[in-house]
Design a protein. Structure first.
Length: 290
């Protein structure tokens, strides 16, 4: 309930947006028009950046009343970011979504609220992000538990979040594409938070090494070790954003596995390597079937 008063300041532009793009409006198959706007309280600058994969697609200027609005003639469905530096958050667009967002820079993440066509799934993503933040502290604590308590606590956290996820999925009835995205995002959030806590980074050299090992293994299977061709293939992979993002996630997961293993050993948690490895596999299976 405490969030409701915050909506008053951008209720009128939201109503205008609803009038322009009703949730019941039908769009043709080749129409990918979308809208994005909102209000920034206590702005730190005079613009909002609209981004995809860390690439700025548009710089949207704030008006005198600190509101902003942008019509996209064609916007591909998927995940985007909006930034009001130094803060940023995610926003997911399905076909023809029309979204307004409320932001207060003094309490950025907690203040984000979406309205309009596509608001339910985006408010769910924000709630999932905030729940993840709360779970994070408990997650770090469990590494000091004995294995029985570690296992019990981890299962409780997972079951609580799975129950919430399933309830929201049934309530909102989102698409299969969004469902796959949301499952992957939760694991990405967990990895990002752990990486930040333990100062784990994935750099350019890590990526090059990963690609080099993969390419050499591939060529070795065919008895062809043409190093010039291997080098060219690695260079091409380094320029492929999709491959780089996939490699980044794999490298980060490997580094986290090693770091958590070190913590388990340091804290002398009574669990063997095989049991620990199986536990990690079990967690991965849970996340993949979330």
């Amino acid at each position: 309930m405490k969030r409701l008063p915050l909506l008053k300041s951008f209720l009128i532009p939201t109503l205008l947006l609803i009038l322009m793009s009703s949730c019941k409006k039908e769009f043709s198959g080749d129409n990918y028009v979308a809208y994005f706007g909102g209000e920034v309280l206590n702005p730190t600058n005079r613009y909002v950046l609209f981004c995809k994969n860390n690439e700025v697609l548009d710089t949207i200027k704030l008006k005198d009343d600190n509101t902003f609005f942008k019509k996209f003639d064609s916007l591909t469905p998927g995940l985007y970011n909006f930034k009001h530096e130094p803060e940023f958050q995610n926003v997911y667009f399905d076909k023809n979504d029309s979204l307004m967002v409320h932001i207060n820079t003094k309490n950025f993440d907690e203040s984000v609220i979406f309205c309009g066509r596509g608001d339910e799934k985006n408010n769910f993503l924000m709630e999932m992000f905030l729940r993840n933040e709360k779970d994070k502290d408990k997650m770090f604590e469990v590494f000091d538990y004995d294995f029985a308590d570690f296992n019990k606590t981890e299962n409780q956290i997972f079951e609580k979040n799975q129950k919430y996820y399933n309830a929201k999925k049934e309530e909102i009835n989102w698409s299969d594409e969004f469902d796959a995205f949301a499952k992957n995002l939760r694991w990405s959030l967990i990895k990002s938070q752990l990486a930040k806590e333990y100062s784990i980074e994935v750099g350019e050299e890590d990526l090059k090494k990963h690609f080099l090992n993969s390419v050499m293994s591939y060529f070795r299977n065919y008895g062809n070790m043409d190093y010039s061709m291997i080098s060219q293939t690695v260079d091409r992979l380094m320029k492929d954003k999709e491959q780089v993002n996939k490699a980044y996630e794999e490298i980060l997961a490997d580094k986290l596995f090693l770091r958590i293993g070190e913590i388990v050993q340091k804290n002398k948690i009574e669990i063997g390597l095989n049991e620990f490895t199986e536990k990690v596999k079990e967690l991965n299976a849970k996340i993949n079937n979330f």
